[in-house]
Design a protein around this ligand. Structure first.
Ligand SMILES: CC(C)(COP(=O)(O)OP(=O)(O)OC[C@H]1O[C@@H](n2cnc3c(N)ncnc32)[C@H](O)[C@@H]1OP(=O)(O)O)[C@@H](O)C(=O)NCCC(=O)NCCS
Length: 150
């Protein structure tokens, strides 16, 4: 039987989560070259972990993915990171991390969960109930401004 849980990350997992972020990001074909040229783009600040803003999905005892949630000045919540281990995709882990972040955002009083979505992940976000509201320039090209009612 599958054992699945979502818990807060601990600071000692920073490196492990950054390595996961790198593996996950390299599967976005259009980002690969830029990422290999600028590996410093992979960064999970320990302050975010210490603040309790990073949530880890564990599947059968192994870290399968993580998400980071930040407050916005407009009262909404921002999904600042979402990465699932390439070998564990399409099992619903990303969706469950989104659901968890929505629940936390709702408890914090937010009405919306926002994300600057990587275009490679647009179908995923749409499937999870996000709507496109615009675009934004990011360090690695255009990002999709998307949001979901929590
Ligand atoms: C985007 C990402 C987090 C999705 O994680 P995941 O655990 O594979 O997603 P789920 O299994 O929960 O998918 C939920 C639904 O989203 C849609 N979806 C997910 N991945 C998809 C893809 N590659 N293409 C099309 N639809 C997709 C499907 O409708 C899926 O439901 P289904 O499998 O029943 O058809 C993962 O692919 C990832 O880590 N990508 C690289 C990093 C990244 O781009 N992160 C987003 C940064 S903004």
């Amino acid at each position: 039987m599958e054992n699945f849980l979502i818990r807060r990350a601990v600071v000692s997992e920073q490196r492990e989560l950054e390595d996961l972020q790198m593996r996950a990001s390299l599967t976005n074909a259009g980002d690969r070259d830029a990422l290999l040229a600028h590996p410093d783009a992979i960064e999970l600040p320990p302050e975010q972990i210490a603040a309790g803003s990073v949530f880890v999905a564990e599947r059968n005892g192994a870290i399968a993915g993580f998400a980071a949630l930040l407050p916005r000045t407009d009262g909404g919540a921002e999904l600042d990171a979402l990465f699932v281990e390439p070998t564990m995709r399409r099992c619903g882990i990303g969706r469950r991390l989104i659901e968890h972040c929505c629940e936390v955002a709702r408890l914090q009083g937010s009405a919306f969960l926002h994300v600057i979505g990587n275009p490679h992940a647009q179908d995923f976000y749409t499937a999870c109930g996000f709507r496109l509201t615009g675009t934004a320039e990011t360090r690695f090209g255009p990002g999709l401004l998307m949001r979901k009612i929590v």
